[in-house]
Ligand binder design. Structure first.
Ligand code: ADP
Ligand code: MG
Length: 238
């Protein structure tokens, strides 16, 4: 079963083409990682899957359904950003419940979903706190919790750990891997960090200048890079 499929996707800003004919597939339940240097088009590609950026041409499907022209809220995706974008005046519970309130979920369902997300993310003891009373790692967990409660088909992460210190990044990386094992949803994770890519991914897509240079499992790419760029970037000799 397919999770996310891109066919000949292109994106131009004005006359500059920043995504050049990208086709790729991530299976349902897989952890896909887009890795590449700054400016190669990772965020743009992710935002197109989320529907936050229109495609110039090509098509995007989620679990086999064409969503190329579907509005973001109806795609079944939830995105976690690098800046956590929490509501400062709302506590942890209210931050996580926000989208459920918008969707007019019942009180019961809201409590059940937020409670479950809080358990997974070990936030049960912090539900009454405001974002300013939380550590960086806890804030990032709340941002992830807001995605979980929506029960998306696909989770989209745009460099979610890049604002955290090195030690916390390692810890959160392990937690994300655990989260993926636990809920088994399709996830796409964007990073410029090779170690994050190698440790988290079922499948890695190495991007350069808006094109996929190579894709495959971490070991496959490490052992058999197609070219010097991939080898250099993944850290093995080409
Ligand atoms: P990455 O996330 O890999 O660092 P981006 O997807 O943010 O890369 O950017 C890819 C390219 O597209 C960059 O050259 C960037 O300057 C350009 N770009 C991104 N968003 C816009 C925009 N809204 N308008 C014009 N150019 C943009
Ligand atoms: Mg980016």
């Amino acid at each position: 079963m397919t999770g996310v499929t891109l066919r000949n996707v292109r994106k131009s800003f004005g006359t500059v083409e920043v995504i050049k004919n990208v086709s790729l597939e991530i299976k349902k339940g897989e952890f896909g990682v887009f890795v590449g240097p700054s400016g190669c088009g990772k965020s743009t590609l992710l935002r197109m899957i989320a529907g936050l950026e229109e495609t110039t041409s090509g098509s995007i499907a989620i679990e086999g359904e064409d969503v190329t022209h579907v509005e973001p809220a109806r795609r079944g995706v939830a995105m976690v950003f690098q800046s956590y974008a929490l509501y400062p005046h709302l506590n942890v519970f209210e931050n996580m419940a926000f989208s459920l309130r918008l969707a007019r979920a019942s009180r019961e369902k809201t409590h059940q979903m937020v409670g479950e997300a809080a358990r997974i993310l070990k936030l049960e003891d912090h539900l009454h706190k405001k974002p300013s009373q939380l550590s960086g790692g806890q804030r990032q967990r709340v941002a992830i919790g807001r995605a979980i409660v929506r029960q998306p088909k696909v989770f989209l992460f745009d460099e979610p750990l890049s604002n955290l210190d090195a030690e916390l990044r390692v810890q959160m990386r392990l937690e994300l891997a655990r989260l993926h094992r636990r809920i088994g949803a399709t996830m796409i994770y964007v990073t410029h960090d090779q170690v994050e890519a190698m440790t988290l991914a079922d499948k890695i897509f190495v991007l350069r200048d808006g094109e996929v240079q190579q894709s495959g499992g971490p070991i496959e790419l490490y052992d058999d890079p197609d070219n010097r760029f991939v080898g250099g970037f993944i850290g093995s000799p080409a």
